[in-house]
Ligand binder design. Sequence first.
Ligand SMILES: Cc1ncc(COP(=O)(O)O)c(C=O)c1O
Length: 388
Amino acid sequence: MARVYTDKFILTPGPTEIPDRIRQALARRTTNPDLDPEFIEYYRRVVSKLKKLLGAEKTDTYILLGEAILGLEIAVANLVKRRDKVLVVANGVYGEGFAEFVKMYQGEPILLETDWRKPVDLAELDRTLEKNRDTKLVTLVHCDTPSAILNPLEEVAKITNNYGVLLVSDSVSAIGGVPVEVDKWGIDILIGGSQKALNLPPGLTIITVSSRAWEEIDKTNYQGYYLSLKIWKEMLDKKDIFPYTHSDTLIYALSESLDMLFEEGLENVYQRHQQARKASWKALEAANLEPYPLEINYQSPTVTAIQVPAGIDEKQLRRTTWEKYGVMIAGSWGKLEGRVIRIGHMGVQASRTHLIIAYTALARALREQGYRVDIGSIVEAIEDTYKL
Ligand SMILES: Cc1ncc(COP(=O)(O)O)c(C=O)c1O
């Protein structure tokens, strides 16, 4: 396929475009993170910045080396033992996926399956916990990226705290795009990743651990090494040693990413993501495309999930946007594979320019499969959202 544009844009919901400042941080001269005494201080300063982003000033926070999936497994490995009952909020691909981890660690998942096009039904969650008083923990995916659904973390935490059960939140594709208040809301374990709204390459897992979670971690007494949170506490917090060699490069990049967020101001950052969601939905309306979430407020401000119109070959569509127009958009997973495509507007991608680039390429590729669409009205719809 002949390439029309030579510039390329990764407009997927993670990994994302990497802004220049972060790219430059990635090119910094490296050190030996195990032996350089300044590195551990640097790491701690970055952790303090993260705590500010996550409202986790009073909660232990770690940056681990490893893809975000590591954080999901760590949460389960450290909290779940044989026969523990875990209520798994299963309204998306990652939501459902927690049940597999629970089974691997011999816990008993109770699936709360609700409509995938909506956030979890809070009344149903309450009823399920009422019926299952012996539940130890609830797992929730804050933004289930494959369907773009945003679950109401704060409200869910109110319910779990009422019942005195632990709450684990996979906030991988939410942090940096939507507000999070770990201390105020009472989240026991919150997991973040580097390759979503923080615009880093993949490779870091962020994890917060409440004092209540530490008590359970002690009781669970997980015996492995690489996934052990206790080992991080014992080695890093008490002896100033990392359990394994860290990546100083990724920590420099994370520091830069957090500085960028604070320079812009968190309120502005979150407002920019809201505006991107609005512009994205306006573009869909102009293109006569159907969003997957039933309502705009059900969708995360970080990603738009779009239903593939009848008669459109989804794989070919994405091939055209990438190979011909230099724009990478994403498909989806699980039962949504082939039925949903996604545009990531997380971090720097939550911008008018990126949305115009994404939707123009998408519209061109749709046209090539006979879908009638007016590109001018899409661009105008996005532009109008950004008018003061
Ligand atoms: C909600 C959510 N959790 C976790 C992950 C991490 O998964 P992976 O390690 O496959 O990138 C992702 C990445 O897409 C995600 O969207």
